[in-house]
Design a protein around this ligand. Structure first.
Ligand code: PLP
Length: 349
């Protein structure tokens, strides 16, 4: 009974490792608004290097990174094409409309993965009396579709097509390292055609705080004053950037473990009566499954799981999301699976 809770609500719940805390304590810092924080500068340079780009910009959150990227590449009254279940459309406080003044042009896609044909069909005709499409925003991996991954050719084709039509393409790559790990490619290879890339240090990589935008020097210099305008100009941010550097170096290589643990969880769940999940569809660290066939709604299921020590989040009335991460090992996931099995069996009685 005294065993610790297995927290599978998100990969954001990880605590900084001892190595991260040491790096934070020892970080060389300065005022980053004056561009004088050596650790922030190192993190930005290292991120740019890993992605094969000219520059990087540290932001307090992925939400701000996405918004800054949109503000830097659109004008009020324009449209941004995005996927219906996308983070930028559903979980960012409508900031693209409220702050950037752009209209999301939403299209649905199987598994959250857009393709050029669908994107092209959503581009507004170029006539003066219609709002004009400025940008396409893609999410890789796609969170609410269950951590699905864009095949590189599909993302590349969207970028090429959009560029030929004069549009910018932004990547919400909160979990791009998961995508790269699943594809067995490096992040540079899977992101090279995007104009702007936002990725999170605070998700699977395990840092306590922060995201980065990477792109051309010109893009980053347009983003920097916008970040300041939004209140994202931080001072001795090296204390958090230091943990980010550790996350960037040590996080990517172990994501395959999270993916194997997610697949393991999905396989166990698939064996339970009334639970709907296809383990083959679990490509990365996110498992979304349907519990309605077990006679439970997502809320009831999660309450029963929580009482026994496993946490997840509801996606809708019938579906639950669980995410594996750095702070849960195989033994924790095995225990979680056993507990979820009990929940389902009890419901059947
Ligand atoms: C988590 C996440 C973000 C950004 O989230 P923050 O909590 O603001 O860092 C953006 N996009 C996706 C797909 C995410 O999962």
């Amino acid at each position: 009974m005294s065993e610790p809770v297995v927290d599978l609500r998100s990969d954001t719940v990880t605590r900084p490792t001892p190595e991260m805390r040491r790096a934070m304590a020892e970080a060389e810092v300065g005022d980053d608004v004056f561009l004088e924080d050596a650790t922030v500068n190192r993190l930005q340079d290292r991120a740019a290097e890993i992605f094969g780009r000219e520059a990087g910009l540290f932001t307090p959150s992925g939400t701000m990174g996405n918004l800054v990227s949109i503000l830097a590449q659109t004008r009020p009254g324009q449209e941004v094409i995005c996927e219906a279940a996308g983070h930028v459309y559903n979980y960012e406080m409508a900031s693209m409309s409220a702050i950037a003044g752009v209209l999301p042009r939403v299209i649905e896609a199987d598994n959250g993965i857009l393709d050029w044909e669908r994107v092209e069909g959503a581009i507004r005709p170029s006539v003066y009396y219609r709002a004009q499409t400025a940008m396409v925003a893609i999410e890789n991996t796609h969170n609410m579709a269950g951590g699905t991954v864009y095949p590189v050719e599909v993302a590349d084709e969207i970028c090429d097509g959009a560029h030929a039509r004069g549009l910018r393409v932004h990547l919400d790559g909160a979990r791009i390292f998961n995508a790269a790990a699943a594809l067995g490619r490096d992040v540079e290879a899977v992101t090279r055609k995007f104009d702007s890339v936002q990725f999170c240090l605070s998700k699977g990589l395990g840092a306590p705080v922060g995201s980065l935008i990477v792109g051309s020097r010109d893009l980053v210099e347009r983003c920097r004053p916008i970040r300041k305008m939004l209140g994202g100009g931080m001072r001795q941010a090296g204390v958090i950037a230091a943990a980010g550097l550790v996350a960037l170096e040590t996080g990517p290589g172990r994501l395959v473990e999270d993916h194997a643990n997610a697949r393991f969880l999905a396989e166990r769940l698939a064996g339970l009566p009334g639970v709907g999940v296809d383990p083959e569809s679990v490509q990365t660290n996110i498992v979304i499954y349907d519990v309605s066939g077990a006679g439970l709604d997502a809320g009831m299921f999660l309450e029963a799981a929580q009482r026994r020590g496993v946490l997840g989040i509801p996606v809708d009335r019938s579906r639950v999301r669980m995410v594996t991460h750095r702070d849960v090992g195989r033994a924790d996931v095995e225990r979680a699976a056993a507990i979820l099995e009990e929940v389902v069996r009890e419901a059947a009685r």
